[in-house]
Design a protein around this ligand. Structure first.
Ligand code: PLP
Length: 373
């Protein structure tokens, strides 16, 4: 089934010099409905893989997407020593366009540091992505709102039940054609605070993309869903008062013309989309405040008619308007449960940059020109 296509000189980084590429003999593309790919349910033909052992990352290998053979005792399965990233590549007639891979790689390394995982270098990371995009260019869906989701991740592979830092790891990159993340699409989502659960505390691991955060969020998210809400709006774990973020999104409030978002003070995941929104808003001369905002303030601003818009930001949904927030026995409706003009303008600007319809004023796009494009 495998057909060896030889090796390629790809990286001049410190990690590796040569990449072994093995193309699939049988593409699965004809079994996939690229017009309705879902989110993260189908995976492209190839994946990227590097092992870490003897104190260093070994040569990278790109080969067919496949199941892995792992030992039952590997520490990831028991203790969760692992990290991940999530970014997207967009289709344009001229090239494939990856959104802010450097920012994602930087955060990947920060996550590695917190979880005692050896860091990776950018050259290897981006060469892996470029190689996958070249091999699987036909997997990038072409319609607006669709993209190829790129999932780099590293996990500990020591076959050992002691709780200790692993000496071996696997770094993989897989890709998946995706449609809109939320079933509601660009329609507003509904959020509820939780009186029972918290996401993280300062000093914990809430600022990095590591497995435990997401495992811990599943029960509260399930309860919110059972009550008819899309997601949980997290409050701080100490005072249970200040707003933090939502599921896998950061959150913004537009109050009297000013954009307000909770500050990065050790409990919030520093979103690349969050950072992009802040830069764009500042460029548009919209005042931005990164400050603590309590749920009580949000309810009061709403009552006083000062709360213009609320929206979440994240790679998956880009901008996700919030139409309803419930806190205890109070429920507010925002902008008549419609996407607001500012959220719409931001969505158009960011997706415009991503797909190439608008100028990339910030140098956020890494273009990839597959061979024989
Ligand atoms: C990934 C993530 C975000 C959004 O980050 P982006 O870089 O914008 O995709 C926000 N919150 C959490 C908890 C996340 O895992």
């Amino acid at each position: 089934m495998w057909e060896t296509a030889g090796t390629a000189e790809k990286s001049n980084g410190s990690m590796t010099a040569e990449m072994q590429i093995t193309k699939t003999a049988q593409s699965r593309l004809d079994q996939v409905d690229l017009e309705n790919p879902g989110f993260g349910v189908v995976f492209s033909d190839h994946m990227f893989e590097i092992n870490y052992n003897d104190g260093e990352w070994q040569a990278p290998v790109v080969g067919p997407y496949r199941a892995l053979e792992i030992a039952p005792a590997i520490s990831t399965l028991h203790y969760g020593q692992a990290v991940f990233e999530g970014m997207k590549a967009f289709y344009n007639e001229d090239a494939l366009r990856v959104f802010r891979p450097e920012a994602h790689h930087k955060r990947f390394n920060v996550s590695c540091q917190r979880m005692c995982i050896p860091e990776t270098d950018y050259a290897t990371f981006i060469n892996g992505i470029e190689t996958l995009l070249s091999l699987d260019k036909e997997w990038v869906p072409k319609a607006k709102g669709q993209a190829l989701y790129i999932r780099p991740f590293i996990f500990a592979t020591d076959n050992y039940l002691a709780v200790q830092v692993s000496e071996t790891y696997k770094f993989l990159i897989i890709t998946s054609p995706v449609g809109a993340y939320y079933k509601e699409g660009i329609n507003p989502v509904s959020l509820t605070t939780s009186e029972e659960y918290v996401r993280t505390v300062r000093g914990g691991v809430g600022t990095v993309k590591t497995l435990g955060n997401y495992a811990a969020s599943m029960l509260p998210a399930q309860k919110a869903k059972n009550q008819g809400f899309t997601q949980v709006l997290w409050l701080d774990a100490v005072e249970r008062k200040y707003i933090e973020e939502v599921g896998t999104m950061n959150i913004f409030f537009k109050i009297n013309g000013t954009l307000v978002t909770p500050p990065l003070e050790g409990t919030i995941l520093p979103g690349v989309t969050r950072d992009s929104v802040i830069q764009i808003a500042k460029d548009w001369d919209v005042p931005v405040e990164e400050r603590k905002i309590s749920i009580d303030e949000v309810l009061r601003r709403s009552k006083d008619g000062e709360l213009e818009e609320v929206f979440g930001t994240g790679t998956a949904a880009v901008i996700s308007p919030v139409g309803t927030i419930r806190h205890r026995d109070t429920t507010i409706s925002i902008n008549g449960d419609e996407i607001g003009p500012f959220a719409k303008r931001l969505y158009d600007e960011i997706t415009g940059i991503q797909y190439g319809a608008r100028p990339d004023r910030y140098g956020w796009i890494h273009t990839v020109q597959p061979e024989r494009w």
